[in-house]
Design a protein around this ligand. Sequence first.
Ligand SMILES: Cc1ncc(COP(=O)(O)O)c(C=O)c1O
Length: 449
Amino acid sequence: MRDWRQREPIVIVSGRGAVLRDARGREYLDANSSIWTNLHGHRHPALNAAITRQLGKIAHSSALGLANEPASLLAAKLAALAGYAKTRPLKWVFFSDDGSTAMEAALKMAWQFSLRTGRGPRPKFLSLQSAYHGDTVGAMSLGHIDLFHRTHAGLLFKTDRAPAPYCYRCPFNRARPERADARLYRQCQWECTEVLEQKFAAQKKKGHPYAAFVFEPLMQGAAGMVPQPEGWLRRAARIARAHGALLVADEVLTGFGRTGPTFACQKESVGPDLMALAKGMTGGYMPMAATLATQSIFNVFLGRYEEFKTFFHGHSYTANQLGAAASLASLRLLESAASIRARVRLQKALGEALQNLWSLPNVGDIRQVGLMAGVELVKNWKTRAPFALRERAGLRVCEAMARRGVLTRPVGNVIVLMPPYCTTPGQVRQMAASLSQSVEEVFGAKRAA
Ligand SMILES: Cc1ncc(COP(=O)(O)O)c(C=O)c1O
């Protein structure tokens, strides 16, 4: 905070498409989609019109005991999109405000489900190493990032940590499973999922199997843009299922086309029992979130008044009408042929633009899943030696990028590029070029010939 107060803040006053403008009239490319929320660009005419239309009717009415039209339509739409797993469709939608509250609701549903279906008096949760699921107490308890969670440790309840695949720094020193050519490392034998299986088995042996397995599918964002190799999610889900655990997918970041399909779980044909959605749900316009649940989860909360089975959780702005109107408009755009084409083009352009960075000695790894990418900065690409956090490597590079008119935020030493879907290939090349020039400026190291 002291550092931040010493600098002149960038005060954003307007935006259009992928461009943000500050109070001094300077323009920037929004290279992290305003902290991973924006889908179709700022001030999109279709979203603006939908919200204005809704404003002409009503902005908000309580959803406690009442329904409203846009939120009901949105629930039906989300359920239709999430019905892809035919044996376990996510039919039921519970609205809340942001990623943390969506995860909090998922956690409480999983907890109640486990208690009410006789899975022991204190259901236990397993989540991934370096997981981040939000900043409320329950969501933090599921997280395993020391920097964020250590200071609150006394407040949190205990959850277990499962190994997550971080292939660039594979603890088993294996090559990536998809890279059969790697000569330096032995081929991956899925050692990490073996450890996962052992973890489930050991817990079962204690007579207290895990109630739920919580994961971010395909890419762990706040962990440092850590992608899961193809097949990992499918295997992990199969193991969790075999041990009777519920699957709780945190699609707060990965949902709504970020990884390609609408939901990342679809890519590996994984049908979770609970799914949390937020960030891009309103196209990045408003705080609104949803927790999707299967029929069997819903059923344990179904009862007459005096049975008190209801899900005791609710927020003032639940099912906000403006947010729902924005969300419906955003989903229409997402499904349009023009948006699908633009995303395919942008994903390719992002991948190509990032290739130039490999020749920089301080670039260790470049990881991309769909329309999100992370570039891991290291002291030396040969040894993969990491920068200590106090060296502020990621922050310094992002500051240099801002001076070049590109805004993003690092996760530790990883620079995130996550452009809004309306970004042009030219703009994405500009984002990557500013990153490349900033790395050279900050570390003084020239690219290899
Ligand atoms: C995977 C994931 N889950 C949950 C959250 C929390 O979302 P919010 O910041 O909207 O509370 C985040 C935020 O970055 C996230 O990346």
